[in-house]
Ligand binder design. Sequence first.
Ligand SMILES: *Cc1c(COP(=O)(O)O)cnc(C)c1O
Length: 389
Amino acid sequence: MIDIEKVRAETPACQQVLHFNNAGASLMPRPVFEAVLNVLRLENDVGGYEAERLVSNDLQAFYTEFAALLNAEPDEIAFVENATRAWDMAFYGLPLQAGDRVITHGSEYTSNYLALLQQAKRRGLKIDMVPSDAFGQIDVSALEAMITPRTRLIAITHVPTQGGLVNPAAEVGKIARKHGLIYLLDACQSVGQIDVDVQAIGCDILSGTGRKFLRGPRGTGFLYVRRNMLETIDPPFVDLLSATWVEPDDFQLVPGAKRFENWESYVAGRVGLMTAVRYARGIGLPAIEQRVSALADSLRNELAAIDGVSVHDLGRTRCGIVTFRKADRDVSQIVERLRAQQINVSVSASRSARLDLGERGLSSLVRASVHYFNTDSEIDRFIDAVGKL
Ligand SMILES: *Cc1c(COP(=O)(O)O)cnc(C)c1O
């Protein structure tokens, strides 16, 4: 059981706003905010490099906290400035050649898909789109049937940004292993709301961000790379941190996933994100997952009962992201009118989800994303506000 009073007291903004925009950027709990502030204050008081030295234990804890969160090893974790670059650092370094095939799905994150398109053009890769099953999630048997001798990579998104779908990531993992394919999973919307375990899922690479369901600071992200995959990926960039200059004309990559990091990074953000992971683990991911999914279920049910409201989340399993629209009301106007009542939601638009919303003939939806610190009475207030629109 989560102590809701406590977590709300540690999230002071709960008093000011009804925050259903946790898939955009969640509210930082006070210990995370304090951790970031503390590093900034130290940088101001003693100097940046000197501050970094003083928080070196916290910076080390980044790797052990993430390893424990994801069921990985500390040297399989890298800090990256956001989820997109984390994904890029792995993807752009894969040894993919002309004629190689990559399997993805319409729920793939737009920036990932754009990178796939760019590399398909530049390197002559072929992209195979796996269809959805009757629930709207990745059709796992169709995926397996698509595999050819030239297929190298499965690149999919666990939870898409634009809806409540949870893709069957572990079933895809079984197929990737069986066929010896590299499995790259975008877990940006799942880590922090779902108990993600890289061993159970069987992915080789996983990327995520700090600011969403993990409740970390903005401008932070992370990458997991399975140890036996490290030598397969040639980092697209190297620098003083990721490589050691061993001879005037030679260098070696550093051991472990640190080879995907940058020399310069947001030290306060790294400590803040470590604190966010520690905070989430303190509450417990199974408890978080259970509460988020229960809150989202009741939000969906109550929304669907409002006259003119339709709910649009796909998948057999659904998460904390709830998407809907109301009759012919303009979606951005709905968001504006809710904002005027201190209710935070956002928009899922087809221009950034052409293969998903575009295919379903939906131009845009309201996205209301709940977290464990939200309450039933906030749902009541939200339902009342949407009903009155
Ligand atoms: C937000 C999001 C990203 C990008 O994360 P950044 O930290 O903004 O780069 C990637 N994938 C999914 C599914 C997302 O929702």
